[in-house]
Design a protein around this ligand. Structure first.
Ligand code: ZN
Length: 547
């Protein structure tokens, strides 16, 4: 796209002021102090960098009750003596200690401000223990409205799982509940009644039998992990596994399913190595070899819990048996295995700093489903699937949500996000370059938390195209660019409507049985043609309107 720098600059400033103002308005009217405490990098968060958690809890399914503690280890970045820990009602903090001394805690809703007694010296690694207990929020509609799901399997045994994206991990354990700061490693110890087992993230270190008819499993995560990625899954699990020969060597694929589903799962989970093969091709090595990859059956649809993808798609193809693209391609794979595992690259490897930028997780992952098809079938399969899902776009709100108040944007972040990324690929016209850009994205932002701006800048740089208006149009505006045209006396007259200023993305059209590029702008242009009509190539997210 051509750039007129000065105009662009002024427009950028103007449009960002408008967006900002809308945000502030919404902020003032609908967001609360609690939203700000949850969504902002507060002064009580910014001064310390979380380095390690040891979450050590007892789960009592009969009473839907949990209790235990989290050891929070951190590096001091700036001198300060008040530290914010988040834990949501009705769970309660019973005690906080540092170096054996009990500390004073000031509660402000779900945020808890701990006054430290010991001097916090820059560069020091310190730790504190947060003890807590209670009946955690029960998930209303997991995983979207999450918390604890307390269910039973067909044999009447407890089947329990957590899910908490958006809501936040502080719905079930005390932590620094903001996405910008990922813990470097974590030990998860979970005590459950005998006869059940717990599967969390990372690798199983050990299982301890206790005297009180319970067992404790210790899972260690050897990589940075975001808070909502941490999970416990408790059930009457059986286990099987295989080794995947991947780009970085042998990768353990471990499967945990309910006892009665073992045979079904052995057949159905054959999509897993196929997924790994396709995604390593497109995105680069699986980002967590040290922690292995697990698929864990749960009593809800599924979630991208890092290195322990949870699965509840009832052993069906598609999305609970449905093809979201309505093209037939969506029934070629199990949606939950492919989609949730795609998040290992876009969500777990590259993670949003603020949930307002959630499209980075969902747009790329929704797009990855088409790439899976392209790898195992052909390019047309992937194209048709992504375009098919694009029929579902609502254009209700911008894809980017509100910053600093833990508020995501429109659900269009999935299918419109995917279609937007697919459109960008068309502009590059070089599939191998595109694949290298996707792999480079995962390398450049390896194990990092990022903003939309960082992703935009990376894509502008690597594609060699200034994508400023492209992203402003699709992520920050609700309108879909529309090609308005008429054909009269062998002349095609065309222009863009529904665009932000300076949006001038070229598109491919089909005309007289051949393909050609068109360079529409807001102003009318003409070209001579013998054709009666034109058609915009389906791979571009642009609508048309013939006058
Ligand atoms: Zn997703």
């Amino acid at each position: 796209m051509k750039t007129k720098f000065l105009v662009l600059f002024i427009l950028l400033i103007t449009s960002s002021i408008v967006i900002e103002a809308q945000g502030l308005l919404e902020d003032k009217n609908t967001f609360t102090r609690q939203d700000t405490l949850r969504g902002t990098i507060t002064p009580e968060r910014v001064w310390w960098d979380v380095t390690y958690y040891h979450l050590d809890i007892k789960v009592d399914p009969d009473n839907k009750y949990i209790s235990g503690k989290n050891l929070v280890q951190y590096k001091v970045l700036k001198p300060h003596n008040v530290l914010q820990i988040d834990l949501q009602n009705p769970l309660e903090i019973t005690k906080v200690t540092q170096n054996g001394k009990e500390l004073k805690v000031k509660h402000d809703g779900n945020a808890h401000f701990i006054t430290l007694k010991d001097k916090q010296v820059v560069g020091d690694i310190n730790s504190l223990e947060v003890h807590y207990k209670g009946n955690p929020k029960v998930a209303k509609r997991a995983p979207w409205d999450g918390g604890f799901s307390w269910k039973k399997d067909d044999n009447g045994k407890h089947f329990v799982a957590t899910s908490c994206q958006g809501l936040g991990a502080s719905v079930w354990w005390p932590n620094k509940d903001h996405m910008y700061d990922e813990v470097d490693s974590m030990l998860i110890s979970v005590n459950v009644p005998k006869g059940l087992s717990n599967v969390s993230n990372g690798r199983l270190r050990s299982i301890e039998e206790q005297d009180d008819n319970t067992v404790t499993s210790h899972w260690f995560v050897n990589n940075p992990i975001n808070n909502y990625g941490v999970n416990v899954n408790i059930g009457d699990y059986v286990h099987f596994s295989e080794v995947f020969k991947g780009e970085n060597g042998d990768l353990d694929l471990d499967y945990f399913v309910l006892r009665d589903n073992l045979e079904k799962a052995k057949e159905h989970f054959k999509d897993t190595p196929k997924m790994m093969k396709a995604f390593e091709h497109w995105f680069g090595p699986y980002p967590f070899y040290e922690d292995g990859f697990k698929l864990v059956e749960v009593p809800y649809l599924g979630m991208e819990h890092q290195s322990s993808i949870t699965y509840g798609n009832k052993y069906m193809k598609g999305y609970l048996g449905n093809d979201l693209s309505k093209t037939g391609w969506g029934l070629k794979f199990d949606f939950i295995i492919i989609h949730e595992a795609g998040h290992e690259w876009f969500a777990n490897n590259i993670t949003y700093k603020d949930i307002a930028d959630m499209w980075i997780h969902e747009g790329f992952t929704a797009y990855s489903e088409g790439l899976y098809l392209e790898y195992h079938y052909n390019k047309q399969a992937g194209d048709e699937y992504t375009v098919g899902k694009g029929k579902d776009i609502k254009n209700d709100r911008p894809i980017i949500g509100y910053y600093n108040v833990n508020k995501e944007g429109s659900g269009d972040m999935y299918n419109k996000g995917a279609y937007m990324i697919h459109t960008l690929r068309q502009l590059i016209e070089d599939d191998e370059k595109w694949r290298m850009i996707l792999r480079g994205l995962n390398k450049t932002f390896y194990h990092q938390t990022v903003t939309t701006k960082q992703v935009e800048d990376y894509l502008s740089k690597t594609t060699g195209i200034d994508l400023t208006e492209f992203f402003n149009q699709y992520l920050r505006d609700v309108r879909i660019p529309t090609l308005e045209y008429e054909i009269k006396n062998n002349v095609l007259k065309f222009r863009y409507t529904n665009i932000i200023e300076n949006f001038d993305m070229p598109i491919k059209i089909h005309i007289n049985g051949s393909e050609q590029w068109l360079f529409p702008k807001a102003e009318w242009q003409t070209m001579s043609t013998k054709a009666d009509d034109i058609k915009i190539d389906d791979n571009f997210l642009v609508y048309s309107s013939k006058l």
